[in-house]
Design a binder for this molecule. Sequence first.
Ligand code: GTP
Length: 336
Amino acid sequence: MELVIVAGGLGTRLRPLTFHRPKALVPLLNRPQVLHLLDGLPDAVDRVIVAVNYGYEAVRDFFRSADVGRETVVVKEPEPLGTGGALKNVEGHVRGTFAAFNGDVIDAIDLEAFLRFHRRHGRIGSLGVWPVPDPAGFGVVELDGERIRRFVEKPPKGQAPSDLVNAGRYIFEPEVFHFIESGREVSLEREVFPRLVVEGLAAYRYEGYWSDAGTLTTYLVAQAVLLDSGRGGIAGDSDTARASIADPVLVGSACLVEGAVGPHVVLGDGCRIGRATVAESALFDHVSVDDKAEIRSSLVGAGAAIGEGARVVDSIIGDGVQVPPHARLADARMKG
Ligand code: GTP
């Protein structure tokens, strides 16, 4: 069976980190985000098809050199075709019942159990659904038992028909391709699902964890969820003897850390953290943070340097950016 990963969006909400790399390759816990989707796949998945527009070459090159334990085909879209058009574009690579995952979601779905559910229901498609406290802004489903009655895409606050949202995890029969026009941009969520509801779509509720990772806020939630599930740790060749660590954290290789770090902090390889404070943030490889600086709820790109006494909150700092000493950044997007 094929797993199609829809991973070709522009990732505008993670800019400037996505100016030079596709969202699929943005590090999450020091691994390209897309690799988290391949953890624990059942043997039933013998081929992974990655549907990409933006950043095709980088994704292709990555999968050429990475060993992900199964055949991987990276398919280029000539132009962005949207989530539905991206599926239609890989129709020729799909041989039967297939799974499709949004590339910017991490979760603990058991694909084998999902497949059993799909077979039991015998519908054209099954959708993973996940409960969230505030479904406004998500794709919300209204159910009749385990059958989807209606989709409400991004309802205003207080007007969602349920707290269950489309989790971006699907299993389809190949007949789904009859419902997607070729050669144009098609939204799976807005155009295809309303048509499929008439045919019959089943909703699969599952356990564990789930988070979107496509915005600063949700990226940090996804990171926290993964760290809370036990994926933290400190590389043996990193020096944290003078640091004050609040777990969970993940510290990459060859880091020197002296300040207060954590909770929910990820440091890439080769980071230098002076007597500074870092909390609820991700710093990619080779970031340096000088004394008395403070970083909270932020993403800092590879090779960036945060000057002494600078304060960075709710911000995304691009690769290689030098934040001057004593700068004050809140809700900022800073590129080099
Ligand atoms: P933003 O620009 O920040 O909205 O991100 P995005 O372009 O990735 O869009 P969105 O988060 O809505 O996309 C959901 C999933 O579909 C992500 O995994 C995207 O990579 C993917 N996606 C969105 N549009 C396309 C497209 O035109 N082609 C392909 N192949 N994937 C897409």
